[in-house]
Design a protein around this ligand. Structure first.
Ligand SMILES: [Zn+2]
Length: 341
């Protein structure tokens, strides 16, 4: 007998806005709004993707765009975030940092500021109704111009005391170098936001190093390919830079051939802090709990190690001190529960 993982308190630090949508909600909203969904999002869901080549990544982005197109009314946004928080609560997650690129929705909701305010209001209400702390990360798109990222960083900075806790950089690593976005990240860091760019997903260890050296990353989205360099892992461990590892996303996108190829164990044993994440459950068919189950079943994590993973997710989060303290105490309590034989 092992301790139930849905009762292990944890934080979820890598979840994208549209990608957090329940599959059933996508189907329902598409039907309601007359949006035609491709088979990959209906009977063949979750889709088989091979994003390691450009065409595969393009297909992933296209599915993502179709899914985003069903979010048309403020009501849909409130529903999306509330359901995401409900799912977090069910899986024992107590703190969620949801990542949004407001430019993807700005034309629908009246501009960048209005979109961000809508997301923040939805986060606040979801938090109140579920008890899960919900904070927002503003993410820029690395396939767009660095000046766009600066605009977003300034916007994020303005809301640093109203629910925005971090600044990210997403999309295809091969199409935009981290260092081109250093000015945006400087603005974000000056405002006290966490720097949480994606890196080391589609490209190797140097891409992770660039996030750390040029963007002063506090956490790296994915970062799994840091495992290719023992020296880099040592630096991440020394500087306590967290990798937001999303194993089932790596498998879903073909970044890893199978779950056993995701180097979670190697990173953990090297002392690199880890926050497990789901990335886009809507496209990969798995939420946060499934990643912890994988850590137990495939990577052989003991309950003590799983508790340590959960602690690392809390310590790497932007949760306020009293919240962290409470959750960390509850993790200890989980581990102290005797296991029935
Ligand atoms: Zn991501």
């Amino acid at each position: 007998m092992r301790r139930p993982l849905d009762k292990l308190p944890k934080a979820h630090l890598h979840l994208h806005f549209t990608g957090s949508m329940r599959h059933s909600t996508l189907i329902e909203l598409a039907l309601e709004q007359g949006v035609h969904l491709p088979d990959a999002l209906v009977q063949d869901w979750p889709p088989q993707l091979h994003a390691t080549d450009e065409r595969g990544w393009f297909r992933f982005q296209r599915l993502y765009d179709i899914a985003r197109s069903v979010l048309r009314r403020p009501f849909d946004v409130y529903r999306l975030v509330r359901e995401a928080a409900e799912d977090e609560a069910r899986e024992g997650s107590r703190w969620l940092e949801i990542q949004v690129d407001p430019s993807g929705y700005a034309s629908r909701f009246g501009g960048l500021t209005e979109t961000l305010e809508l997301a923040l209001d939805a986060a606040r209400l979801a938090s109140e109704s579920t008890g899960v702390g919900v904070a927002v990360i503003v993410a820029a798109n690395r396939t767009r111009h660095p000046l766009d990222a600066r605009t977003l960083a300034r916007l994020a900075a303005q809301y640093s005391d109203r629910g925005v806790v971090g600044f990210g950089l997403s999309n295809d690593e091969r199409r935009g170098r981290a260092r081109d976005f250093d000015a945006a990240f400087r603005i974000a860091k000056r405002a006290g936001l966490l720097a949480v760019p994606h890196g080391g997903e589609l490209l190797g260890a140097p891409s992770v190093a660039e996030c750390v050296d040029d963007l002063a990353a506090d956490r790296v989205g994915h970062g799994v390919r840091a495992a290719e360099s023992p020296r880099l892992m040592e630096r991440l461990a020394d500087r306590q830079v967290t990798c937001e590892v999303c194993p089932l996303s790596n498998v879903g996108l073909g970044v890893a051939r199978g779950p056993e190829d995701v180097p979670l164990r190697r990173l953990f044993d090297a002392g690199v802090p880890i926050a497990l994440g789901a990335d886009d459950p809507l496209l990969f068919g798995a939420r946060l709990l499934a990643q912890y189950e994988l850590a137990r079943d495939v990577y052989g994590f003991s309950d003590a190690e799983l508790a340590e993973l959960a602690r690392q997710s809390i310590r790497s989060s932007a949760a306020p001190e009293p919240v962290r303290k409470e959750i960390l105490a509850d993790i200890d309590a989980w581990l102290a529960t005797p296991v029935a034989n």
